[in-house]
Structures are given as structure tokens and as C-alpha cells.
Design a protein around this ligand. Structure first.
Ligand SMILES: C[S@@+](CC[C@H](N)C(=O)[O-])C[C@H]1O[C@@H](n2cnc3c(N)ncnc32)[C@H](O)[C@@H]1O
Length: 337
């Protein structure tokens, strides 16, 4: 049966499941790490092949109930850890010879649909937006952070062109009374934005994305997760990333391209046959997208982009470039330490 139709009973629809399975080839057996367990769509599909083991991670404790069901079924072929994937090395050891590590980034439909968590514009709750294992909430950011930081968050993580006006109006409004609920925040954003009826997206989309990235430190999570996955995955093992917005995809693309064997010469005077230090086999910069059928069945998959790399035989070295390249994102997230 097609994997898409067989996964209908899950609360979250696993994006491009067939592709992920094709890349992982679990039918050959092996050890897999599912860094974003959610309701376990990938984990359970992998475990349905014999001789497979899955180590699953999710920062959201609400996912534990799905992990318990899978544990009951697959016993010691499965383990779950409620940690952030930037701490991957706490639960996976290099000696374990991991065949593939998967990151399906962002929010699950469970998180979006639970209106109390404040991720959705349709929520009447507080703009909390914490995925789990956080310190600050969205409400605290909106009510306590200074103008400059709010503006930077909206501009840098939301790529919001009217970041200054929105941040100034938030400050003015909260001087009168705290901004407690999502409808209050949405009113401020709507009032701050110039009307553009041609725009298809909700006027609050960018600000919501920005707050969510900042609150959950999604950029440092991604960068550290990728670095640790590279250190832990076996030679010929795969790192698979499904991303949903352009900042995530930019980071993944840079990391895979810059540290793969086919990175272009930095200068035409640089000899072509000199052995280059790299971490991955040739990377073709190929993006895999969901089929029209999948998008029709699950509209949330429409912006998904899948990229994967294969680890080469070279020893791990710390890929410092990636931190330097995205230093503006990392420095901004440090204001949430
Ligand atoms: C898109 S969902 C994954 C859905 C999953 N593939 C499935 O089939 O159900 C993303 C999940 O990753 C988790 N997550 C996001 N960032 C994380 C991080 N840095 N560390 C651990 N879990 C994370 C979220 O809590 C959420 O449950």
C-alpha cells in the first residue's frame, strides 16, 4: 500500500514519507535517528521493516504518548528521548553506527491545532509558542523586549519589511496595558501594515514565524543539530532534512554544499586536484518536493523542501564556517539566553 494512504490514521501527516523511506532503505535493516518524532510517522514506518532500530527525539513532551504506543509495539527496537536535537550526542554514540538521521523541521499539526499553545492566528490564547524545553515564551518577548530587539526579530527572522512600525506600535500599546492575547497582537500587526490586497499570505504570518523562531532558537538548534548529526552518522550514512521556510533551507543548502566533495574551487588559481577537506560525498544541490497528490491531500506540505547528503569517509572536523556565515542569526538568538 502507498505509504501516504496507510498513514491516514496518524494525527500528523508525515511529509514525503515515501521519499524518506526510499532514501533510508529500512528494508536493509539498520539504526535510524528520528530527530523530530512528532506523532511518529517516520519512526513507525521505519520500524515496520524487520532488523531496524529507531532512536527518536522530540522537545515536546506531548509527543510522549505516541512514543509509548510505538514502544509497546516495537519494544527494544525503539527508544524515545524528550530532549532538543542540538543535544543529539547525549543519546547517540559514534560507536552506534547510525545509518540515517532525519530532521522534519518546524511544527507538527498537533502543535498548530492545539490553540492553547498560541502558534495559530485562529487562537484566542496567549502567544506562548514554546515547543518544549524553552525558557522564554512569546508573550514574554512581546511584553518585555526593547524596541531594537523586537524590530530585529521581525526583520531578520520574519523578513518583515514593516518591522519598525510593528515593533513601535507594540511598545506604544504595551505602555497602556500588556498584550495578553493573540487577537490583541494581530490587531496591532494589522494596524501597522500597509494594506496590500495582492498579498496572498496573512499579514501576521511573518511576525508569527519570527517570534516562533526566536522563542525556540530554531536557527541554533538547526545548526548544532546538523553539526552533531554529521559527527555521529556512519560513513555512507545519510542526513535528511525537510524544511519549511527560506531561512532553514538557506542554512541546509549552505551546509551541504560547502562541506561536500564537489564544492567549487575558491579560486581558479587553486589546484583542482588538491585533496579538499570535506564531510559529504558530492552534493547535487537537488531539492525534492511533495507531489501534487500529496499537496492536495495535505496542504501543509506545500512549502516542504527535502534535501539530503551522504557522509563521506573523511574524519569529522568542526565546520566552523557555518557559524560564521550565519552569525547574524546566531547573535540575535543569543539575546534569548
Ligand atoms: C513537523 S513535526 C514532525 C512530525 C513527524 N515527522 C511525524 O511524522 O509525526 C516537528 C516536530 O519536531 C519537534 N522539534 C522541533 N524542533 C526540535 C528540536 N530542536 N529538538 C527536538 N524536537 C524538535 C517539534 O516539537 C515537532 O513535534
Amino acid at each position: 500500500m502507498n505509504q501516504i494512504s496507510s498513514s491516514k490514521s496518524l494525527d500528523h501527516y508525515p511529509v514525503m514519507l515515501d521519499k524518506v523511506l526510499e532514501i533510508c532503505s529500512p528494508q536493509k535493516g539498520g539504526l535510524f535517528v528520528d530527530c523530530t518524532f512528532g506523532s511518529g510517522g517516520y519512526s513507525s514506518a521505519i520500524l515496520s521493516s524487520p532488523n531496524t532500530k529507531v532512536i527518536a527525539i522530540d522537545r515536546d513532551l506531548n509527543t510522549q504518548k505516541y512514543a509509548k504506543d510505538i514502544k509497546n509495539k516495537f519494544k527494544n527496537r525503539f527508544e524515545f528521548h524528550n530532549i532538543k536535537f542540538s543535544e543529539l550526542d547525549k543519546v547517540v554514540k559514534k560507536t552506534q553506527k547510525v545509518d540515517a538521521i532525519i530532521f522534519d523541521l518546524g511544527l507538527s499539526s498537533l502543535q498548530i491545532k492545539n490553540l492553547d499553545r498560541g502558534f495559530s492566528f485562529n487562537s484566542k490564547a496567549k502567544p506562548d509558542m514554546r515547543m518544549g524545553l524553552n525558557t522564554l515564551s512569546g508573550s514574554e518577548v512581546i511584553n518585555n523586549f526593547e524596541l531594537q530587539t523586537l524590530k530585529d526579530i521581525f526583520r531578520i527572522f520574519g523578513e518583515e519589511s514593516e518591522s519598525f512600525r510593528i515593533a513601535s506600535n507594540i511598545i506604544a500599546e504595551r505602555k497602556k496595558k500588556s498584550i495578553t492575547l493573540i487577537p490583541d497582537l494581530i490587531k496591532i500587526i494589522q494596524r501597522s501594515k500597509k494594506k496590500d490586497f495582492k498579498k496572498k499570505i496573512n499579514v501576521s504570518t511573518k511576525v508569527f514565524q519570527a517570534i516562533r523562531i526566536f522563542v525556540n532558537k530554531e536557527i541554533s538548534e538547526l545548526i548544532n543539530g546538523l553539526i552533531k548529526a554529521t559527527k555521529l552518522v556512519n560513513e555512507n550514512g545519510k542526513i535528511i532534512v525537510i524544511s519549511f521556510h527560506s531561512i532553514e533551507d538557506r542554512i541546509v543548502k549552505y551546509f551541504f554544499t560547502n562541506f561536500s566533495g564537489n564544492k567549487s574551487r575558491s579560486s581558479r588559481y587553486y589546484p583542482e586536484n588538491i585533496e579538499k577537506k570535506s564531510l559529504f560525498k558530492n552534493y547535487k544541490n537537488k531539492i525534492i518536493r511533495p507531489s501534487e497528490l500529496e499537496v492536495e491531500k495535505n496542504n501543509a506540505s506545500r512549502s516542504a523542501k527535502l534535501r539530503y547528503v551522504i557522509r563521506n569517509e573523511q574524519d569529522f572536523f568542526y565546520p566552523k564556517d557555518i557559524e560564521e556565515k550565519f552569525i547574524n542569526y546566531l547573535e540575535l538568538e543569543r539575546r534569548n539566553d
